[in-house]
Design a binder for this molecule. Structure first.
Ligand SMILES: [Zn+2]
Length: 345
């Protein structure tokens, strides 16, 4: 089977690649349809590693996928061939302590697509546990199905925030994840979400949604915009999605007394935090690592029309042009949010 293979740092190839094809009794075989390119895929391509995850052997990229079930294992009852689905890419050890607690995203044994040494899904066919494969309603396209994975991070952040109806939130960083978080926060009950970034094209894209205001921090400090929107009180929830040191150092200035700070962005290096600034407002600090138990909710919101992710799909490229698609993702154009790859029929 052809696959998009990261041979090593900086080198991609589209070539035949043998992967395990044994269908377990609780697995499904899926013909992949659409796969989104994620910042993590790009980072493995450009840097060869993320933290202590190092690419040591050729690895298939991709983890944001939708497709069609073509075969089901003997014990699978929730899916049948022909079902359109999306896949949750992290497979925990079902018997682990973390899984039993419902926090399988932080199971030390989790096997996550395109995180070395686990292969991703940029290949025409994958085998996946049925328990982590979700049926798409007729109204949700394959393209939207492949957006469920990044949106799931927004969902996890919104849940961690414990949003109350009418909250005002601020999101620092208008990358794809910042946008997902902003939309999940609105869907979760926020009256208004202020998104701060310094790239105007990104702010224009997310600012087109109802309920979202933007502030370009090149022109104006985020704290000033938040103060104006909240009569000087501060935001109920601060979602830090940039991973940038100055933004992290400043989260307390954006929050109201007793508010919450949700750390979503991942700084490449350790960054300083103003502990006293957090303490002086008794801010509740939450962290997010991937997601658990949010796929059903994410799909339901998309199907309901309350969350429309289609404007965030910037371009769709054929599998044969995968390498060009990745090179475009490396460019990080300010007008690109999500690039997707469509597999051949
Ligand atoms: Zn992703």
């Amino acid at each position: 089977m052809q696959a998009l293979v990261l041979e090593k740092k900086g080198e991609l190839s589209l070539r035949d690649f043998a992967v395990a094809t044994t269908l377990g009794p609780q697995d499904v075989r899926i013909k992949t349809h659409t796969v989104g390119i994620c910042g993590s895929d790009v980072h493995y391509y450009t840097h060869g590693k993320i933290g202590h995850f190092v690419v040591r052997e050729p690895m298939i990229l991709g983890h944001e996928a939708s497709g069609t079930v073509v075969e089901t294992g003997s014990e699978v009852t929730n899916l049948t061939p022909g079902d359109r689905v999306c896949m949750e890419p992290g497979i925990p050890d079902f018997t682990s302590r973390a899984s039993k607690l419902g926090i399988y995203n932080v199971d030390p044994a989790v096997r996550f697509w395109a995180t070395p040494p686990i292969h991703g899904c940029l290949t025409p066919e994958v085998i996946h546990p049925a328990a982590f494969t979700y049926k798409l309603p007729d109204t949700v396209s394959f393209a939207e199905g492949a957006m469920v994975e990044p949106f799931a991070i927004g969902m996890q952040a919104a849940l961690r925030a414990r949003i109350q109806p009418g909250d005002i939130a601020v999101v620092t960083g208008a990358g794809p994840i910042g946008m997902m978080v902003a939309l999940a926060a609105l869907a979760g009950g926020c009256a208004k979400v202020i998104v701060a970034d310094l790239a105007q094209p990104k702010l224009d894209i997310i600012g087109a949604y109802d309920g979202i205001e933007t502030v370009n921090i090149r022109n104006r400090p985020a704290a000033e915009a938040v103060a104006e929107a909240t009569d000087g009180w501060g935001a109920d929830v601060v979602f830090e999605c940039s991973g940038a040191a100055p933004a992290i150092l400043g989260v307390d200035k954006l929050a109201r007394p007793g508010g919450a700070v949700v750390l979503v962005g991942m700084p490449v290096e350790p960054v300083p935090v103003d502990i006293v600034g957090l303490q002086a407002k008794e801010l509740r600090v939450e962290t997010v690592f991937r997601y658990a138990n949010v796929y059903d909710r994410a799909i339901a919101l998309i199907a309901s029309g309350k969350v429309d992710l289609k404007p965030l799909i910037s371009d769709t490229l054929p599998f044969a042009d995968s390498i060009a698609a990745f090179d475009r993702a490396v460019e990080a154009r300010e007008t690109d949010v999500k690039l997707q790859i469509v597999m051949p029929d």
